[in-house]
Structure formats: C-alpha cells, structure tokens
Design a protein around this ligand. Structure first.
Ligand code: ADE
Length: 422
C-alpha cells in the first residue's frame, strides 16, 4: 500500500509556482486581508482540512490563508484530472500543504488522490463538484460521520448535494458557497465568461469576431459567456435552452434563441454550460458544419457526448495542444477542445484571481463559520450566511476604493412601515 505525504508532478517547478501565487495574492485583496487578520487570531487552530478543488494559483492563496489561520493539516487533491497547475502544486508542497494532484491524471489516479484526502480524516472538507462529498458518503460513512461540516463551490456540486439531502443521506452540514451572491453573480458570470474565451482563444487562436457562437444553457455561466461572445464581435450569438424563463430572458437580452437541432446547422463555435449530459450528441454532430469547434464550460465532461463523436469518426488526431480533430465518415472535421472538460481550466488558467478573491473569501468564511458553530448545525445544505456574503462584497468594494451610501434612520423606518402610501 502506497503511503506518501504528497504526490505532485515535479518539485523543481516550485519556484515558478511561487511567482504565480505571488501574482494571485496581489489580485486577491479580500482574501489577503482575511489571511492577515486571522493569522493573528488563529481561529482554526489545530483542525484538519481536506479539499478537492482545482489546484490553481488562486486556490493556493486560499490554502495559505487556512494554514496561517491555524489549520494543523491541509490535504488537497484536484477536482478535475486536467486542471492542475503543476508548478503551483509543487509550490504548495513547499509551503507545507499535502498536495495530491498533477495535470493529466487517469480516472484511477484522480480517485486515488481523493482517497488520500479522505484517509487524512479531515474535520472540515471543501469540494468543487461534490466528488469528495459523494466518495465520503458512499465509501467512508464512518469518516463522514465524524466530519464537522463541508462546503461546496459549484452549481453541479450543490445539485448533487441537494439530491443527497433529499434522500436523507447527508451526514454533515454543507454550506453551498456557490449560492452566495458574491459567488455566482461574479464567478459564474464574469469569471467563466472571460476564462472560457481565454481557453478557446489560447487553444485555437481563432478570431471570434464574425463567428456564429452557440451557447447551450442560459444560467449565470451561459449569460457570462454570451455577453463576452457579443463583446468579442461574434456575428451571431445563439442560445439554446430547455427552460422557458431563461429562453425568454435570453431573447430580451438581445440574443437569438433556437433549438440545438437548428443551431448545429449554422454554428462555428459551440460552448456547453448546462450541467447536463449529452447536450450535443450524435444527431447534432451529424448536421454540423465542417470545422465546427466544440468546447465545454460545465463542470463535467458529459455535455459534449464524446462516445457518439468517437462512434461517428473514422480517425482522430491532436492537431494542437488541447485541440483534437475528429474526422467523420463523410470527410467533415470537428474540433473538440480540452477533451470536453472545463475549457477555461484546461486550456487556460481558470477564472482570474480577482473573481476567485470573492469565491474563496466566501470559502474561507464558510470554513470558519462551520468550525465556530460545530455541533450546532444539522446535516443539511445551507446557503452562505447573508452577513458573510455582505462582508465579502463590502471588503471588495473597499479594496477598490469604492464607497456606497447608507440608509438614513428615516429610510429604515419607512421601509419597515406599511402605513404611508400615496
Ligand atoms: N474555478 C474556476 N476558476 C478557478 C480558479 N482560477 N481557481 C480555482 N478554481 C477555479
């Protein structure tokens, strides 16, 4: 049985990783401020933290803040087999974090790394996508029962956790960090909007201006991508949806809405952001134009249905890093980016640190809240406490030198009364 303190690609990359982390610190003023404050107070003294997150320079800043706030041991694994920044992983090992992550893991490696996190018997767990929460509940019920609480970073993970809660299986409270205003309104929208195009452009170097961009899903992620597609000069931005409210919202936001069946005939670039499986599948590949580019911005690699693409193809080759060309029987070629995984993290560096500053300040405060309230919270999925969410917003505004107004006592009174009308 292997027993390693950490496992990363190459410790020699640590110096390069430290520079990247320094860059993130500079762009994460809120989290840096929390780190500074709680380095003195040590509210997390002696606790063990297990995390399954994308191992990026921004995540590194969160790990350092938790360490400096007193956490005794932090064990970190990746939340995607292709998203790890190997230099950052190496730097974190040098900072005393037990990292089990490298870019290009097999599925077996991926789950082995999650197992290392679980076997460290964490008090508090942080997850992105709920693979850690799911493994804890299905395979390690005794370890799960001893956990104080957990957090969840993303929409897909919250959906899975709500399903666990509904089946009465959840063994510890989980804070849905994703549902904080200062998370989804910024990370999901502006973070994914920008970084998805960053990934597509780094991978392909194609011009977005003049293209027909098709976006599947008009949740916060889809909204962000659509806005950036328009800003980059896409000739047409087309939304596909299954939800009539969102479809209508997209129309009123000035985008075209149509079925995927129609959109596949005209799209140049397809981006999925639905959280569901097989959103683009056989019947769609069959009608696409030669040269169409396929990218996914949803959490799992199930939105572009690769088994169908493989079945329809006579050959495939890697034509550039993160771009695989599939040659179909009739000679058309389709280009799949980042193996259908999160294009922003695989082909670029994920969301900019300024945005992760908000998400990870929420994560930090959620961990502290769970620990401060240990034993008092039932095993359910909770939203981020509103006061913590507001604190993050206020600190971010302050870091940007922006002041906002305050309600006067008369205004507060007015809002509380119902008697005064016309
Ligand atoms: N998710 C999306 N972007 C990310 C980033 N830069 N770091 C960690 N998790 C992310």
């Amino acid at each position: 049985m292997e027993c390693l303190e950490y496992k990363v690609r190459d410790l020699e990359l640590a110096d390069q990783g430290k520079l990247k982390i320094e860059w993130s610190i500079r762009h994460m003023p809120v989290l840096s401020r929390l780190r500074e404050k709680y380095s003195q107070e040590k509210p997390l003294l002696g606790i063990r933290i297990g995390a399954v997150l994308h191992v990026t320079k921004a995540t590194a800043v969160l790990m350092l803040a938790l360490r400096d706030s007193g956490a005794e041991e932090i064990v970190l694994a990746a939340s995607n087999p292709l998203s790890t920044q190997d230099d950052v992983a190496a730097a974190l090992v040098e900072e005393g974090i037990r990292v089990y992550a490298w870019r290009g893991q097999s599925s077996e490696d991926y789950y082995w790394c999650i197992k290392q996190v679980i076997e460290s018997k964490p008090d508090i767990v942080l997850d992105d996508g709920a693979d850690l929460h799911a493994a804890l509940h299905s395979e390690y019920p005794d370890i799960a029962s001893a956990i104080i609480g957990g957090t969840e970073e993303t929409t897909t993970g919250v959906t899975r956790l709500k399903a666990m809660e509904m089946s009465g299986l959840l063994k510890y409270p989980v804070i849905a960090v994703n549902n904080a205003y200062t998370k989804y309104l910024f990370d999901n929208r502006y973070g994914t909007g920008q970084s998805t195009f960053d990934g597509i452009m780094r991978a392909t170097n194609v011009l977005i201006a003049g293209k027909v961009v098709v976006i599947a899903g008009y949740g916060w992620v889809g909204k962000g991508i659509a806005t950036r597609a328009r800003g980059l000069g896409a000739r047409r931005v087309i939304i596909t949806e299954v939800n009539p409210f969102r479809a209508l919202e997209a129309v009123f936001d000035g985008f075209e809405v149509m079925s995927m069946d129609e959109a596949v005939k005209i799209g140049d670039i397809f981006i999925t952001a639905t959280g569901n499986k097989a959103v683009i599948r056989r019947e769609h590949f069959e009608k696409m134009k030669d040269g169409a580019i396929l990218a996914n911005a949803g959490h799992f690699n199930v939105e572009v249905w690769i088994p169908d693409l493989e079945a329809l193809s006579t050959s495939k080759r890697c034509i550039r890093p993160n771009v695989v060309e599939y040659k179909l029987r009739d000679g058309r070629k389709l280009y799949l980016l980042a193996e259908g995984r999160l294009v922003n993290l695989v082909a670029a560096e994920g969301h900019p640190s300024e945005v992760m500053d908000l998400s990870f300040s929420n994560q930090f405060l959620a961990v502290k809240y769970l620990y401060d309230n240990r034993g008092k919270i039932p095993p359910k999925v909770f939203d981020q406490p509103r006061d913590l969410d507001e604190k993050v917003a206020m600190l971010k505004l302050e870091s940007m030198g922006i002041k906002i107004d305050k309600l006067t006592p008369e205004q507060i009174e007015y809002l509380r009364s119902w008697k005064t009308g016309t």
